[in-house]
Design a protein around this ligand. Structure first.
Ligand SMILES: *Cc1c(COP(=O)(O)O)cnc(C)c1O
Length: 232
């Protein structure tokens, strides 16, 4: 077994234990591998070990690695801040963009999805911690953006994404995840067109996935927990 395969297995065990502790079915939580600064050869090892879902946070890296992965079926999500001028590069490869945080970006993605003749799954990124350095819409404005995204023909709103509070205080981390669960529930309950299937909650990383799963995560994004520390 490769080291990557062993690490994936260990992370899957953490996911299963956290789900069971929360009284949830482990199959409700998918593992997305955050593959930034990981070479294509190691991503291929992860696929060989059964991984099917990866996320890149920079357009440049997405464009550099995907051509080496086209022969292996997988799902590719964009999880970083997306600048307008990078939309076309990302749309060449992405199955889902998890970082939609403005109506302007949503409209651009919709036009690009029409142009590529393949609809795009999207998540809305919400800044649930209030930290200034973090991207995402405020929890208060998430509903408004969800209604816009839901109205666009070539985008399919699947859920919400957040990066948890950067804090040693576990209550603060937990609150940042619970907030996303509440935002998503409010949107799904709103009955706004195109928002009924927005139940995915992408939250939790290597260090805090247990807290996110307890708060309702359906997708955790793990990088260092599988591939080891990244070089700066
Ligand atoms: C890198 C990254 C992760 C994974 O973080 P780790 O701490 O390495 O598990 C998750 N989400 C986003 C948006 C990232 O850029």
């Amino acid at each position: 077994m490769t080291a990557v395969a062993a690490s994936i297995e260990a992370v899957q065990c953490r996911i299963a234990a956290a789900a069971e502790a929360a009284g949830r079915d482990p199959s409700e939580v998918r593992l997305l591998l955050a593959v930034k600064r990981v070479e294509a050869a190691r991503i291929r090892e992860a696929f060989a070990a059964g991984a099917t879902l990866i996320g890149q946070n920079r357009a440049q890296e997405l464009v550099a690695t995907e051509p080496d992965l086209v022969d292996i079926p997988h799902e590719s999500h964009f999880i970083g801040h997306l600048q307008s001028n990078k939309v076309n590069q990302v749309m060449r490869w992405a199955d889902c963009v998890q970082s939609v945080d403005s109506t302007k970006l949503a409209h651009r993605l919709d036009r690009a999805a029409e142009a590529r003749e393949r609809d795009l799954d999207v998540f809305i990124q919400v800044n649930t911690s209030g930290e200034e350095t973090k991207a995402g819409v405020t929890p208060e404005s998430a509903g408004e953006l969800a209604a816009v995204v839901g109205s666009l023909e070539h985008l399919h709103l699947r859920g919400f994404m957040t990066i948890g509070a950067h804090s040693a205080d576990l209550d603060e981390v937990r609150a940042s995840y619970t907030r996303l669960t509440q935002v998503a529930a409010a949107v799904v309950d709103s009955g706004a067109s195109g928002t009924g299937e927005a139940g995915e909650l992408s939250m939790g990383m290597s260090g805090d996935l247990e807290i996110a799963i307890a708060a309702g995560a359906t997708m955790v994004r793990v990088g260092t927990g599988v591939f080891g520390a990244r070089a700066l």
